[in-house]
Design a protein around this ligand. Structure first.
Ligand code: ZN
Length: 129
């Protein structure tokens, strides 16, 4: 397994970590298998989506914020219930096929780290099996 560090700069954000994951896969030196990209945090998430047009990222963040507002009479004392809910909606991991040492992503696909309660120093775990 490899651990990748992600520094987030705002409360909510969607950070393209594709190149970091590619580097981790190279370092693991496993030619064929399935790469799991796992986020060990309860207020962050992992997704795969378009990394060509940055408007896709801003549209996704805008819609998630409308679906799950920051403050809405939640019970959770820590004050970040929206972040926990967004994390569960998006999910904490993704899997990508690795063939001949390369991540098999579609032309327009990138791997993104979602921050929902930043800024923070975050970690992502990468494994190929
Ligand atoms: Zn909390």
């Amino acid at each position: 397994m490899k651990e990748v560090s992600v520094r987030t700069n705002s409360r909510i954000g969607m950070i393209d970590i594709t190149s970091k994951i590619r580097n981790a896969v190279e370092e693991l030196e496993i030619q064929n298998g399935v790469c799991t990209i796992y986020c060990p945090h309860t207020t962050a998430a992992i997704t795969i989506n378009e990394n060509a047009d940055p408007d896709v990222v801003s549209d996704i963040l805008m819609k998630l914020n409308k679906l799950v507002p920051y403050q809405e009479g939640y019970s959770h004392m820590e004050g970040n219930a929206d972040a926990h809910i967004k994390s569960t909606l998006v999910g904490c991991s993704e899997q990508v096929i690795v063939e001949n040492g390369r991540l098999q992503l579609g032309t327009w696909q990138g791997i993104f780290f979602f921050e929902f309660d930043g800024p923070r120093n975050r970690r992502v775990w990468v494994s190929v099996r």
